[in-house]
Design a protein around this ligand. Structure first.
Ligand SMILES: Cc1ncc(C[n+]2csc(CCOP(=O)(O)OP(=O)(O)O)c2C)c(N)n1
Ligand code: SF4
Ligand SMILES: [Mg+2]
Length: 290
C-alpha cells in the first residue's frame, strides 16, 4: 500500500553519506517543481532503503531486493507519477540482482538510485557484493554496477555520483528525473555514499573520484568509449563518476515500457470505474459471458 505520512526524523548515524542523498533528492524534486503527491519513493531494505520515511512524499517500503518490481508496478498503475526506487548495494546487487538486470531490459521510466557504501550497513557492516577484497574477511572481487550497466545496450540514463559532492549529485538527479518525466526510459544512478560507522570511506573516495566529464574525449553518448574510460580510470587507482550514458537519440516512445503496455498512457489507477457511466459496457460484458 502506498501511503503518504508525515516524515519522521532520520534514524541514520550522524555523518552518514545518505544524508547527502536525502538533501539532493529534495533539491532535485524542488528544482523540477514536482508536487509531493506526484512523487513516489519505493525504498529497499537497509539503512539507505529507509529514505522515504524522512521525506514528505508518497512512500512504500518494499521487500528486500524487490523494490524494482514494485516501483515498475507503481509506474504502470499510474504513469503520471514520478517514481524513484532507492536502496543499498546489498539490497540491489545481492538479493535483488535478478531484478536489477531485468530493469534495464524493461526500461520503464523510473529512477533507480543505489546508495553504495560497500557494506551491509543496517546489519552491522558485513561484506556486500561491492566490498573490497579483505574487507571483513571478504575474498571475492567487488562488483562494478556501472560497468555492468554500460554493457547492456539499452537507451537509458546512467550516472555515478558521490555523497561528498552534493552539487554534482543534485545535477545528476535532476537530469535523471527529467529523463524519466519525458518517458525516455530507465535511469540508473549509483551514489557512492559512505557508511561512517562500519566502512568510513569518505576521505579515500574524495581523493579518488574522477569525473569523466573532466577528461579529454569524454562522450557519454558512446558506450564503448565510456566503458574504456572507466577501465582506464580504475587502472589508475581512481573511481570513475559522472554521467556514463546519455542516449544520442531520444527514442522516447519506443523505449518506455508504459507506452508499450499502456498506449493511451492511462494506468488502472486513473481508469473510470464509475458504475453509472460504465453500465452499458458492463452489461455488454455480462451478455458476452452468458
Ligand atoms: C530476506 C531478508 N534477508 C536478509 C535480511 C537482513 N538484511 C537487512 S538489511 C540487509 C542488507 C542491507 O545492506 P544494503 O542494501 O547495502 O543497505 P545499507 O544498510 O548498507 O544502506 C540485510 C541482509 C532481510 N531483512 N531480509
Ligand atoms: S550504519 Fe552506516 S549506512 Fe547505516 S545509518 Fe549508520 S552510517 Fe549510515
Ligand atoms: Mg550498503
Amino acid at each position: 500500500m502506498v501511503e503518504n505520512v508525515k516524515p519522521i526524523a532520520s534514524t541514520w548515524c550522524p555523518g552518514c553519506g545518505d544524508f547527502g542523498t536525502l538533501a539532493s533528492v529534495k533539491k532535485a524534486a524542488l528544482e523540477l517543481g514536482i508536487p509531493n503527491h506526484e512523487l513516489v519513493l519505493v525504498g529497499g531494505i537497509g539503512c539507505s532503503g529507509g529514505i522515504h520515511n524522512f521525506l514528505d512524499m508518497n512512500g512504500l517500503h518494499a521487500l528486500h531486493g524487490r523494490l524494482l518490481a514494485q516501483a515498475v508496478g507503481v509506474k504502470l498503475a499510474n504513469p503520471k507519477l514520478t517514481v524513484i526506487a532507492a536502496g543499498g548495494d546489498g539490497d540491489g546487487y545481492a538479493i535483488g540482482m535478478g531484478h536489477f538486470m531485468h530493469a534495464f531490459k524493461k526500461n520503464a521510466s523510473i529512477l533507480y538510485l543505489v546508495m553504495n557504501n560497500e557494506t551491509y550497513g543496517l546489519t552491522k557492516g558485513q561484506a556486500s557484493p561491492t566490498s573490497q577484497l579483505g574487507f571483513e574477511g571478504n575474498v571475492e572481487n567487488p562488483f562494478d554496477a556501472m560497468l555492468t550497466a554500460l554493457s547492456i545496450p539499452v537507451p537509458n540514463y546512467l550516472a555515478r555520483t558521490f555523497s561528498g559532492d552534493p552539487k554534482h549529485m543534485t545535477q545528476v538527479l535532476v537530469e535523471a528525473l527529467q529523463f524519466n518525466r519525458e518517458n525516455k526510459g530507465f535511469a540508473f544512478v549509483e551514489d557512492l555514499s559512505p557508511c561512517v560507522t562500519y566502512n568510513d570511506t569518505f576521505k579515500e573516495w574524495r581523493a579518488k573520484v574522477q569525473d569523466l566529464a573532466k577528461l579529454p574525449g569524454y562522450d557519454p553518448t558512446d558506450r564503448a568509449k565510456t566503458f574504456q574510460m572507466c577501465l582506464d580510470t580504475i587502472a589508475q587507482g581512481k573511481i570513475p563518476i559522472g554521467v556514463m550514458h546519455r542516449p544520442k537519440e531520444a527514442s522516447a516512445e519506443a523505449a518506455a515500457l508504459e507506452l508499450k503496455l499502456l498506449p493511451d498512457r492511462i494506468g488502472p489507477a486513473a481508469v473510470d470505474i464509475d458504475l453509472g457511466s460504465n453500465r452499458a459496457a458492463y452489461e455488454k460484458l455480462l451478455r458476452a459471458v452468458a
